[in-house]
Design a protein around this ligand. Sequence first.
Ligand code: C5P
Length: 237
Amino acid sequence: MNANEKLIVALDVPTFDQAIDKVKELSSTVKIFKVGSQLYTACGPKIIEKIHEAGAKVFLDLKFYDIPNTVAKVSEVVTELGVFMFNVHAAGGEQMMVAAREAADQKAAQLGIKRPIMIAVTVLTSFSQDSFHHTLNFDREIAEHVKHSALMAQNSGLDGVVASTHEIKLIRQTCGDRFVIVTPGIRPAQADVQDQKRIMTPEQAIKEGSDYLVVGRPILAAPEPEIAARLVLEKMS
Ligand code: C5P
């Protein structure tokens, strides 16, 4: 795969107009954009259409977590939107993930399209070991739970997980080479770390075996985002 097939730029902006400006500015270089809950709540499906019109793909990062029937229904809708990738929380359990995957499979077959890549969120990277224990009220290491969640996702027929770059090795060992690993927390050398805690450079993340790198502020907030994107791609090559 070329580097630009592995770079996902997080379109973390509040309005449709700002998102479109960034897409126009970047779409000659960037081929996949991540639409998260802020932008999707502000704009709805028209932002997905516009990204597709610009010739790029969409990772819809809405992290679905609900009863199996509800997540299955939304998975059908997301499949109809023609996105490239979307995600659910592994915490919803295998029954929820299987229902979501089966619904997306059926909808894709009905439409004669490829099912979106479906990935699971294992443990939110904002949890520390302490806050994880406190919130879930059970005594397990985060790494153990990441492993367990990745296996549940794989058993449910999902394609992969979103994970910290520091978990890549563990997930590879557990789920094998074909399991898709999507990693945020990427910071080019010298970039501002901002609120990300456990980061890696693009070159390290590729070397560790990440399949898709999610990069937001180091590109979007750069004085010249297109140049910043090209520099990240160079480091990934
Ligand atoms: O700006 P930055 O490169 O930190 O953006 C990373 C993107 O990846 C954001 O959209 C953030 O919500 C998302 N993300 C993350 N950590 C996760 C899951 C998603 O940073 N565990």
